[in-house]
Design a protein. Sequence first.
Length: 70
Amino acid sequence: MLERGEKVSFETIWADIIARDERDQNRTNAPLKPAQDALLLDTGDLTIGEAVQRAIALVNTQISSRSNKV
């Protein structure tokens, strides 16, 4: 937006994102929600490396758990 010469503020962009997420989560058709069997990974307080390691651990746990069921 800035590259196109538009004047925008962080607060305006943030408010737009919050409004979009609210609409997406509460729409009647296909609301934006995690799948019932989704594994959630909150990376808010993690470095990129920590996030990658936690994601790998989640995947490995799922692979291991499925292998034990076979």
